[in-house]
Design a protein around this ligand. Sequence first.
Ligand SMILES: C[S@@+](CC[C@H](N)C(=O)[O-])C[C@H]1O[C@@H](n2cnc3c(N)ncnc32)[C@H](O)[C@@H]1O
Length: 251
Amino acid sequence: MRLSTFSPALKALFAQLCGWGAVWLLGQSGLLPGGVWVLAFSQAVTATVAAAALRCARWWLPIHLVFMPLAFAAHALGIPPGVWLSAFVLFALIYWGSYRTQVPLFLTNRQTSRAVAGLLPPGPVEVLDAGCGIGSFLAAFARQRRDARLTGIENAPAPFAISRLRAGKHPAISVIRGDFFAHSWAGYDLVYAFLSPVPMPDVWKKARREMKPGSLLVSNSFNIPGTKPYRIIEVADRRRTRLLVFKIPAM
Ligand SMILES: C[S@@+](CC[C@H](N)C(=O)[O-])C[C@H]1O[C@@H](n2cnc3c(N)ncnc32)[C@H](O)[C@@H]1O
């Protein structure tokens, strides 16, 4: 298996190890001048070069460049280890599988939820928020459409707990903890996805395989490569959200 095909997290780990390997070799050969900062910056530069050679996404490069110098600087501050551990646990609970799914947490605003709510005809409808975060889309949608039954699926523990709490105020909302790829989308009239470019091809495959003809997949911001949306909605919000609406074709 080629290294460039490894997951982003594995490639990042490998780049960091390459950095340390190179620094160790330079140290052994006597080419590296002494000093902690020389060590940190040499590791950072080699890790960055290794990340580029592994074809990591471009935004990983500045992270590798500052990672070890910042770790050394943070260590020099003498902050108790418990603080770092708490911060790590907090971020892990919020971002959980992001290293694998490559989907971070960001939130849908009310104008966008309203625009999505307007896509469905009046009457009882079933809506799924695939990756519901802290339930922002679900709560706004439930206020807009009292005739809708809403389901949210979320895999990160902290956002899941918050969306569950918020759902307590809205009897029409249910929130499930898990992977939305592992649940059937067959019963939904609309599936909403605010994710990242990475899962979109698989999201589209699943929608076509399971959703009924004529139902809608709405992607906030991220297109599906090689597929033309049936409609694009420009939301008049500050971030100029684009909603890409895909209609499930008949088989
Ligand atoms: C960009 S946020 C969107 C949150 C929410 N839909 C909103 O619009 O406010 C994406 C969320 O999807 C979750 N997520 C990503 N992949 C997932 C998966 N396969 N199964 C369940 N949740 C997932 C992430 O944990 C994150 O909370």
